[in-house]
Every structure is written in C-alpha cells, then in structure tokens.
Design a protein around this ligand. Sequence first.
Ligand SMILES: [Zn+2]
Length: 397
Amino acid sequence: MIITGQYLIPRPGEIIADGAVCIDGDRIAAVGKRDDIIKQFPNKSVLERRGCLITPALVNAHCHLELEFCEDKVQYRGNFVEWLQEVRNLKHDMMVMPGYFPKRSVRAVLSSGTTTLCDHYTMEMDFEAIREAGLRYYGFRELFEFNNHHPNLKRLRDATVCSYAVHSPYTTSAEIAQAALAIARERGVPISMHLSEMQQELEFIRSSNDDIERLLRRAGAWEDEWRGTGMTPVQYFDSLDLLAPDVFCVHLNYITSEDIEILAARGITHVYCPRSHAYFMHPDHPLAKMRDAGIHSCLGTDSYGSNISLGILEEAKLAWVEFPQITPEEILMMMTEYPLRPLRLDGELGKLEKGYLADIAVWEDCEGESFEEHMRWLVRQPTAGMVMSNGRIVYEG
Ligand SMILES: [Zn+2]
C-alpha cells in the first residue's frame, strides 16, 4: 500500500511536500515524493490522503492503563499520599480484576497517534487484547514490598511477561529493586520507576515522614528498621546502582543540582508528564536544567487518576508552553527517538525510513509549510485521522 499526503515528516527537522510512504507487509519499503513512489511501485494500491500530514507514530512513555476506573472519581486535596491511598481504595471497591481489558484507554491512546506505550501495571490485564488492538505494549509490573529484603527470584521472574516498575523509593525495598533490574537486564529490557515525585518522598528518604509511614503500615509493608538515609531519592537509588541508561526515571519533580549531575552521568531517560505535574500543583519542573545537562526527557500522560485524557500531543503542547526553548526537532524526539532508545527500538521505529516498521500517523487538514510550522500545528491536534501499527490500520477517525 502507498499512502500519500500533502506533507510528510520522515524524521525530526525534515519535511517533504507531496510526500508518500510505501508499505510492504509490516515494514516501510520507500519514502519520498508522491509521483516518484507511485512510479516506483506501480502495482501497489494508493490511499490518497489529500490535505494530510503524515508522521511517524508516537510513543507515550508513561501511563497506567489499569487506572481507567479513576476517571472523574478521584480528587486531589493537596496531599499526594492520601491521593495514592484513595486510588488504592477505589481499585479495591471497583473490584478491578486480573484479565481486565481497558478498552476505552487503549482506543484513546491509539487515537492520539500513539502506537508504542510504556505502562505501569499491578495485575495481569488482557495483554493479548491490548496487543491485538494494535498497541506495542511495554508492561512494567509495579513492585512494592518495602519490608521484603529477601526477594523470591522465581516468583519475581514469573511476575511479568515484559519488565518491572520499581514503584518508588518509599514503597519498594532496595533488594527487590536491584533484583528486578538484574532480571530485566537478562531479558534486554529497561525498567521504569517513579522517582523524586513529591515532597513527602524527599522527607521520608532523608529521615522520616508520617504520611508515608501510615501508608506502609496500612499496606502491611512498614519496615521497623527504616531510619532514613540522609540522602535525596536520586542519591539513594544511585547508591544502590539503580540508575543507568536502561532506566526510565518518571517525574523527577524535586531534584538538586547534584542530582542532575548524577542523572546525567548515569545516562538515564527522564519521563515528563506535564498535565499530571500541573494536576498535583508541583512547583516548576527542573526540565530546563536537566536539558542543559544533556539529559533526555520524553513525554508521558500518566493516568486517568491525574489526567483528563491519554493524548500525548496534549502533553507536548503544554511542555512547549512551559519550555519554549525546546526546539521543534526535540519536541518530536521526546515522543519518538528518546523513549525508543531505552526500549532498543530506535533503529526500528520513530522515523519514516526504508526498512523501519510501518508505524504511521496521518493528521487531517494540516496547516503550514516548514517543519516547525507543522510541529506547532501538530501539537494542537488531539486525534489522528488514521493510525497504522506494524503495517496494519489500527485506528480511523
Ligand atoms: Zn505514574
């Protein structure tokens, strides 16, 4: 199949007027000018999408599909730990069971032009149905057990089909986190972690915090021996050798200049969730300082517990308002190349190029001529006109 468009963005910084992409099976066979591509592949069917912009499909680097039930049901009242407890109680009340298929969320993710998703989960969902719907799903099983210092490796190995999420420094024990990273490395997949998300976490890791102690006691995970480390969460996890290029650090809302030096030296990938950040009313994010230090930030939506939609471009739009120094090329890389690197997919996805997987988004009624004009237009589009994953159409608006 050949898809033609008024404009095509094959990679950050480039734009082709009257462009086309030729798809063969699940891969891209060629990208170029419409007339050349049609001449080159005379036997291929042609899908003319006049007035459209064609781009690589996008990546959402942090989500919790499982929390679909939170939509309009939880409220933030200024205390993060209480919010967390409310989400847990609600999950219990709603009787969300294993085998769950968050159908509405999956469709919301796909409709926003996203085909690759990094997702934290706490129970087996219907992963087959999620993949069948067209999502390249990277599930990170959340680990807790703050007071468990002797992980059962067999149980840990069997706990996930993909990888692990260290829920946080205040809910996951050092030994569980280290064992999870070691297993993920054997499998060649990254791990993900919430890190330095909120003030109470900082206090708890340094010395103590009553809210977190109460949360752990209620979960039966309180550790009597815990005395605090005197360190920041970043320094604490670094002292455990948990920070590396195969790690997604989600949030990093509260960090020091020393933390930034550590994070840059370890080569972690940061995930910024602008709308979730705004929802919790955190102070301004240190993303600009991290960027200056060479740390790559990608974008995530987080969940319906702290966001009103799962559209990644809405995150890009807000990130760009908050950090206007981000270049149009970088904005695209935050949703393509940067998150794909830890997933080891950066040579396979994120560009429209011969040999790459055919993950493509088509956006209707585009405006502009240059790459930058199109990027500024694109971040205002909540939904795509058509989305393709592995050469298969998985969403049509
Ligand atoms: Zn999260």
